[in-house]
Write a protein that binds this ligand. Structure first.
Ligand SMILES: C[S@@+](CC[C@H](N)C(=O)[O-])C[C@H]1O[C@@H](n2cnc3c(N)ncnc32)[C@H](O)[C@@H]1O
Length: 214
């Protein structure tokens, strides 16, 4: 009997024999219902580096949008240690990750004062929904877009990047993660925006590239 790759991965994930499975392999429904990403700096260092970057530039009292919380919520937990914490809104597409936020919220309700997580699909966001922003993390751009889902979405990767650029305050920053498994696609998109003179790179911190709006 042959087991399809997706089915095999779903079984291995349920048995906890593998720790990650991208939605393109296991299907978006399984991903949303079952998959949860713990803190794994070896496999994905972006959130840890982002926290370090915020500390390095002493970013306080800024409006931040964070794409992809994981179940660890390190960005929100570390942010609340600042004297003047940033106001962070963060999205996850995973029900168990969102559940980890609600569990934390029950134990430490003060976390929600500066860190609000919501469950949804980033490609459904709109100009009307988002506030003006100072810092945006698009670490997972191009990782999770499904063209076949487009009737249920407002955006693809290019229009999502444009949406966040439009919401960026003067002097604001958009950060990308060059170790993303989709970095090839993201880099091509970023280069296109650079050629169109919409963005320019201003900094690099470890695996994070920092861009500003032109
Ligand atoms: C590989 S995990 C990385 C989590 C975290 N950034 C870290 O470094 O540990 C990818 C994250 O992106 C989120 N995600 C995936 N597709 C998404 C989508 N379409 N909309 C919103 N969030 C999404 C997942 O829920 C998850 O939090």
């Amino acid at each position: 009997m042959q087991i399809a790759t997706g089915q095999a991965l779903r079984i291995l994930y349920r048995l906890k024999l593998i720790r990650s499975c991208p939605p393109h392999d296991v299907g978006i429904e399984f991903y949303r219902k079952k998959v949860s990403w713990g803190l794994r700096p070896d496999a994905c260092s972006c959130d840890i580096e982002f926290v370090e970057y915020l500390q390095k530039i002493k970013a306080e009292d800024k409006n931040i949008f964070h794409f992809g919380t994981g179940s660890h919520h390190i960005v929100g937990l570390e942010n609340q240690k600042f004297i003047h914490p940033n106001e962070i809104i963060a999205i996850t597409a995973s029900v168990p990750e969102y559940q980890s936020y609600t569990d934390l919220f029950i134990k430490q309700p003060e976390l929600a004062k500066y860190y609000k997580v919501f469950l949804g699909d980033i490609y459904t966001l709109t100009d009307r929904f988002l506030p003006q922003l100072d810092i945006v993390t698009l670490f997972h751009l191009c990782e999770f877009y499904f063209p076949e889902n487009s009737p249920k979405l407002h955006h693809n990767d290019a229009s999502l990047l444009q949406l966040f650029l439009d919401k960026l305050n003067v002097g604001g920053k958009i950060l990308f993660y060059k170790k993303s498994f989709a970095w090839g696609d993201t880099e091509a998109l970023v280069k296109k925006f650079e050629q169109q003179e919409k963005i320019k790179q201003t900094e690099e911190y470890k695996s994070l590239l920092v861009y500003s709006k032109i």
